[in-house]
Design a protein around this ligand. Structure first.
Ligand code: ADP
Ligand code: MG
Length: 412
């Protein structure tokens, strides 16, 4: 397959004229039949790295994805691009028809939940259908080192081992060195199959502040940032409370979002946020996955996130359009005290990983040096000592070319 052929197909299927970042490396490995783990930040375009080969190779790409809602999002966009795709989940009424199409080789993509991997009849089905690729989305779920361990992902290895000629493509946005090594081992991907994209988001200004008066601090932030923003709060109660207070204090449109709200309210609030150029969403971490809003100008944490991975993913929702954006974390000593207490309740096998994650987060919060450098080193990169675009770099003596506005935001 020639390079031009691949680019033609990229344009024909997705309407894009070029690959982004490491996409071309990943796609060419997959087309060569080589198993790969691609670590690419959120929004980097991971889906395309299996969808394009799925269209080009004869047979079906079987995609493992952890959430039915994510699968249906992916299905919708694949179908919109004219890709022959289907989902095979407990909520799909047309399962029989999908299985027939799969066996007949009429599908480019088949999305399945990881539970299915451990079922004997699914293995049997695979042996009767033309499978060209296994794509494992959110592959960090296979590792207990990852922040989102899903035991069902462990059944994938024995299933895929039954089809040694089918290459594997594992995808994740969030894997530190340890998780990465574990994902490779757990999914049987050779170490030289690792491709890591750059994690730096230079347009995001990081600031981490002690939380003294969150309503006042967030009000100041909102005054400096008239564009859309997300405030993450640790509990549903805090979400409701903060949304009310921020709305009253600023007069800006502010809405709450958490899993306790009726689905239609959640959907309406999300739609309003996506359409708005000034709205602030106060939310639990239930909000954000799969939301495509490029002009989010700030992401604030009103309490500590669960891990550096979580922090990176959540702050990464700011500034997808590349314009200047800020990420502000307001932390309190009680956040860490509570998280350490919760550690005592998790079972032994997970505690080691969880403690390491909490320690890494504490190091990011406590550092007096460049935040970005700590963040990027966590993801295995070798960044410069200073970035000039985080609170610690901007406050450092010798760097005083900060605008008044930026300074106010950072001291908010
Ligand atoms: P990820 O899964 O890595 O978070 P997605 O696969 O959801 O990212 O892609 C994020 C967005 O980037 C989508 O809107 C997608 O259409 C777009 N995108 C992907 N690849 C390209 C490309 N080569 N050129 C332009 N846009 C792209
Ligand atoms: Mg994705």
């Amino acid at each position: 397959m020639t390079e031009t052929h691949v680019l033609d197909q990229l344009h024909a299927t997705f309407g894009f004229s070029a690959f982004r970042g490491v996409q071309d490396q990943v796609v060419s490995r997959v087309l060569d039949g080589q198993s790969t783990l691609a670590v690419m930040p959120t929004g980097a375009g991971k889906s395309l790295t299996y969808q394009l080969p799925a269209v080009m190779l004869p047979g079906t790409c079987v995609v493992i994805s952890p959430l039915i809602a994510l699968m249906h999002d992916q299905l919708r966009s694949a179908l919109a691009n004219g890709i022959r795709a289907a989902t095979l989940t407990s909520v799909d009424a047309d399962r029989e028809q999908t299985i027939d199409r799969f066996r007949a080789g009429e599908l480019d993509l088949l999305y399945v939940a990881p539970e299915r991997a451990s079922q004997g009849h699914f293995r049997e089905l695979l042996s009767k259908a033309p499978v060209c690729l296994f794509a494992i989305d959110e592959a960090h779920c296979v590792s207990e080192w990852g922040h989102d361990f899903r035991p069902d992902y462990r059944a994938l290895r024995p299933l895929m081992d039954a089809f040694p000629d089918v290459p594997r493509l594992a995808l994740t946005a969030t894997a530190d060195a340890q998780t990465r090594a574990d994902v490779l081992a757990q999914l049987g991907i050779p170490a030289d199959g690792l491709i890591v994209a750059g994690f730096d988001r230079p347009n995001i200004r990081y600031a981490i502040r002690h939380r003294d008066n969150p309503v006042r601090q967030l009000t100041t932030l909102m005054a400096e940032q008239p564009g859309p923003g997300i405030v993450y709060a640790p509990t549903r109660k805090k979400v409701e409370e903060l949304a009310d207070k921020l709305s009253a204090a600023t007069g800006r449109p502010v809405l709450p979002y958490h899993a306790g709200l009726p689905p239609e309210v959640r959907a309406a609030n999300q739609a309003a946020f996506v359409a708005s150029e000034e709205m602030v969403m106060v939310a639990t971490v239930a909000f954000g996955m799969g939301i495509d809003k490029p002009d989010v100008r700030f992401v604030a944490h009103a309490g500590i996130p669960k891990s550096i991975e979580g922090y990176y993913q959540e702050t990464g929702r700011a500034g997808r359009d590349g314009d200047p954006s800020v990420a502000v974390m307001l932390w309190g000593a009680d956040d860490f005290a509570r998280a350490r207490m919760r550690l005592e309740e998790v079972d032994e096998t997970r505690r080691v990983g969880e403690r390491a994650r909490l320690d890494a987060l504490a190091a990011l919060v406590e550092t007096g040096s460049c935040r970005r450098a700590v963040l990027l080193r966590h993801f295995g990169e070798h960044p410069p000592e200073t970035c000039g675009n985080c609170d610690n770099c901007l406050d450092a003596p010798g760097i005083r070319d900060v605008t008044e506005l930026a300074r106010k935001v950072l001291s908010a």
